[in-house]
Design a protein around this ligand. Sequence first.
Ligand code: FES
Ligand SMILES: [Fe+2]
Length: 437
Amino acid sequence: MLTREESALLTLVGPATPMGELMRRYWIPALLSAELVPAGRVKRVRLLGEDLVAFRAPDGTVGLLGEFCSHRGASLYFGRNEAAGLRCVYHGWKYGADGQCVDMPNEPPASSFTEKVRHPAYPCAERGGVVWTYMGPTSPPPALPELEWALVPDAHRFVSKFYQECNYLQALEGGIDPAHISFLHGVLDAGDEALRDLDRASAGFALAAQLEKAPRIDVVDTPYGALIGAERDARDGMVYWRITQFHLPFHTMPPTDPKPDPVMHSHIFVPVDDVNLVNWCISWHPTRALTEAERSAMSSGASIHILDYAPATSEAYGDIRPAAHARNDYRCDWDAHETRKFFGVPGVGVQDKAITESQRPIVDRTRERLGKADTAIIRIRKILMDAARALRDRGTPPPGLASASFLIRPASVLLPKDVAWVDGARAQLVARPTTAA
Ligand code: FES
Ligand SMILES: [Fe+2]
């Protein structure tokens, strides 16, 4: 349970809020690189409560500008994507990717007004097929995060994203909550028949979930966030640890599947504003290309991915709004809900989206009743609040800004009972990408 002040500190992310300011110190994924074509259409983007437009100039560089023209507020979504800048169609003002106004054709030729107008603009960089932006005050920005999935060859990686209609923290808390998968993603009866009947998208998770009823949860702080371990007994005096990574401010990596040489997954829960987020879903393999079968399963919504979208609109992220949403019960199969599955909504990703949206846009954390199973939730909130307060009150740079601190992996390990789990799993928690971007 939180106080109102703590709740606001954690959840409000708009300009000048402590959490928004914290998030602005990190690189933020804005779009897929493939969404922007040189000299092509402008796309709306909304991040941390700010309306923006993204475009790729004819020379291939990416620009990210405030949506509304500094002159009289027309939308630059309709802007003309010209050489060296975006031109407003209302009176022709033109802005470079750095926000500098470079042309004002409606002013007298002798005017030096252009030099005085600087439009909001954020630097962008591309890595791993993603356009990242830095919205913070530090100049130059920190180095791009060395996330393994972004450094492996393109064929090793699958990235999707979907729009989620709730505060980012609800989605993030689902991502570091080992206790929910036995229920939300589980089956009513763990027998073979029930598992065979499950939709393909849920099968892997459901199997893992059966292993994990009421796990013992332990959390260890790291220099960049935290490790969340879920422990259960295994055979021959061994214990089985499933380990989730949390990297500030909004990256999670769920435990790998219990099999050798697994594909790894990660989420990035990027706030659009206080009550919406983009849920980035990444799957990658450190040492091999994903197979065609893996790729096509992910494309059809297996594992953590959702790619079944409603018809696109030109709003920010209007092309990644899932077709399953609150107004159609997330396409719940009520028969399966009654007879086979704990939650009848098809697909792990949609199940997570449905249940976190059902908590309402910002869940009231002053009225919760947290138990032992919520240990990780409590700790991650503290880590986020401590970092936001330290930045706000003392200007302390947040943890995990160093690009190499992102070289992490999740894990699932079988360990002797007397081995400390972080020590026992240490080698597997470090990423060693063999290919640099
Ligand atoms: S509003 Fe954009 S040029 Fe006038
Ligand atoms: Fe989940």
